[in-house]
Ligand binder design. Sequence first.
Ligand code: ZN
Length: 242
Amino acid sequence: MPSYAIISDVHANLEALHAVLKDREKENIDELLFLGDSVGYGPDPNLCIAMLHERAGILLAGNHDRGAVALIDISSFNPLARAALNWTSDILTEKSKTLLQELPLIAAVKKDNLFLVHASPCEPGKWHYITNEFNAFTAFRHFQEKICFVGHAHRPLIAEQAGDGSIIIHQERVIMNDRGRYLVNVGSVGQPRDGNRDAAYAILRGNSITIKRVSYDIVVTQKKMQKAGLPEYLINRLAVGR
Ligand code: ZN
């Protein structure tokens, strides 16, 4: 099986995306999979969309991707997310819009027993969050493969369903066994919310899954956001990872 870098929730943060792609090179990882939310919040939606399409073998839609091209109603988004998404829609090129409109909600890599979805394998278009052992437990019933990768919550999580059905939560890394199934929230590249400001992504190599953190120049991103007139709260949260 090839090695995989699995990334999600880039949210138009080009500096964070660059840092993760550079780290992928350093780690010598074969394939790149993207779980959605290329845009929203950050200042570089067009460049992030282009870069992701150039590098990723599979790309999925997140709720912000769909919202930016009016495929879903964004009236339920919080006001700051909505403001950033309206700004995003205005500066998206026709090419970017076409690329976003074509993204699917789910994908599978059958040969390597992987299932991919932005939010949850349970009702993918309803964007449920997977943040703990309880919602992980429910989600395990909604995919057949050995490993499911998700994003959306912006908080990394590795859940294992053991042979007896019980759920075990692992920190940062797991060595997989034959009987276990795995559900991995890969965290967010462009706007982590687990108290760690560094970009997060997952590495699948052989029988190991690791959540890796990569630092990047947050001030550069914040200055671009200021210039774009994006909400102050969204600018400040990058520095604290909340
Ligand atoms: Zn997101």
